[in-house]
Design a protein around this ligand. Structure first.
Ligand SMILES: Cc1ncc(COP(=O)(O)O)c(C=O)c1O
Length: 424
């Protein structure tokens, strides 16, 4: 059943907010944190829940599996991979944990990470350090770094390790690299990094939490060893739907974060069985309906003109909106010379001074932003400088960025006043 008239002409911008659930008086500038979904996607969720509940045994024992497979086929078409290489997981954290905690490590094994990875992912690697004696090689890029410099930073670290051991890749087992970092919200040249890692026999685990729906993905071509992406952020599905991509060659290495009845050890080199799909198809009772909102989300996106049209609008809006906010604040946009960092999220410097004990700024931005101005954008400190990240989306236009810019100006002025008065 077609939920949307894909021939209907829709206008990007504020009028599209009627398609979503957000409150009329809220300016939703923080899509990057949790995503949101159209009303029709919510309806699809509820329809699937009703379908399941009408005859839960038939649904869970039989009927839902072909639907889930069809959803993976759809996603596979979008990101160029086979449905058999995809497993649904509830979110990126779960997908990254599944991979990182499944891998087997030997004494002295190392993992590369960048200081810009998402906090929880950094803690997942810390857990590997604490429990498996894995050594972490943490690299610390300073933004706005160029793509070349970022790739070179990783290559230098690998070469250093190789010089110590005389072995390709040294003891580096894998690298956890974002496709788009959270803060700053910036595109990472992950395809180049995957190739670099492959050339050095290092597995690539890509955190694509922000990827699908924001950047074009071709996994067959990029050929990562593992890739996880949230459908519930930029693709407009309901929260609790992400996909883990594992090419066939690596499927024997991975088990779900929660071990299921289908678990089988594949460490015997003569074992050619594959339990990847079986293990990931059930790892405890849950509602599988959010996964199936992929159909409605993609139909909605088609009704807007499809992925390229959405990207064209949102990427353009992020650039124009970011420049406008920087102008209002009298600051600048965090961008490198080749302008390769900004996709749908744009980072703008805040006119506040970093000082000892300025950690309360986040709370103040929540209180003032959400409650007073009814819009919130996350502030963050990068190498001693405060920025904020603004998310462009189909339901926004420049006037939303303008409103946010003036709200930020007021909040920053208040914080600076308090600082100068020695209140904080
Ligand atoms: C880069 C990155 N990785 C991982 C995550 C975690 O995503 P989730 O909460 O859906 O697991 C986020 C969340 O914003 C993120 O920005």
């Amino acid at each position: 059943m077609q939920l949307f008239d894909i021939n209907a002409k829709k206008q990007f911008g504020k009028s599209l907010r009627n398609d979503f659930i957000m409150a009329d008086d809220y300016t939703p500038m923080n899509h990057g944190s949790y995503g949101t979904y159209p009303i029709q996607v919510q309806k699809a969720l509820r329809d699937y829940q009703d379908l399941a509940e009408r005859s839960i045994d038939t649904w869970i024992k039989r009927d839902m599996y072909p639907e889930i497979y069809r959803a993976k086929e759809k996603l596979g078409q979008l990101i160029s991979c086979d449905a058999d290489e995809l497993a649904f997981v509830v979110n990126t954290s779960t997908g990254i944990n599944a991979v990182a905690r499944s891998l087997r490590f030997e004494e002295g094994d190392k993992v590369i990470l960048l200081s810009t990875i998402y906090d929880a992912m950094g803690r997942t690697l810390q857990y590997l350090k604490d429990t498996r004696n894995v050594e972490l090689i943490k690299l610390d890029p300073v933004y706005p770094i160029s793509d070349d410099d970022l790739v070179a930073m990783i290559e230098d670290a690998i070469l250093k390790e190789e010089a110590k051991t005389g072995v390709t890749g040294g003891k580096i087992k894998f690298a956890l690299i974002d496709a788009i970092t959270s803060v700053p919200g910036a595109i990472v040249p992950y395809e180049r990094i995957i190739k670099l890692l492959r050339d050095h026999n290092i597995l690539s685990l890509i955190d694509g939490a922000h990827a699908i729906g924001q950047i074009a993905l071709n996994l067959r071509e990029a050929d990562p060893d593992f890739f996880v992406t949230n459908c519930h952020k930029w693709l407009f599905t309901v929260r609790g739907s992400a996909i883990l991509y594992v090419p066939k060659r690596n499927q024997h290495l991975v088990h779900p974060a929660t071990i299921s009845a289908a678990y089988k050890d594949h460490s015997d080199v003569n074992d050619t069985s594959n339990t990847f799909q079986a293990e990931f198809s059930w790892h405890g009772t849950q509602d599988f309906s959010p996964y199936l909102t992929v159909f409605a989300a993609l139909e909605y996106r088609e009704s807007l003109g499809g992925e390229e049209k959405i990207r064209e609008y949102c990427w353009g809006l992020a650039r124009r909106g970011g420049a406008l906010v920087a102008k209002i604040l009298g600051t600048d946009v965090l961008e490198n010379e080749e302008k390769s960092l900004t996709a749908q999220m744009v980072n703008v410097r805040l006119p506040i001074v970093a000082h000892d004990g300025d950690g309360y700024y986040l709370d103040r931005f929540i209180d003032e932003g959400v409650y007073k101005h009814k819009c919130f954008v996350p502030p963050f400190k990068h190498h001693g400088v405060w920025y904020t990240r603004l998310s462009a989306q189909v339901y926004l236009d420049e006037s939303d960025f303008e409103k946010t810019g003036y709200a930020l100006k007021e909040i920053c002025a208040q914080l600076e006043k308090e600082r100068l008065e020695g209140k904080k």
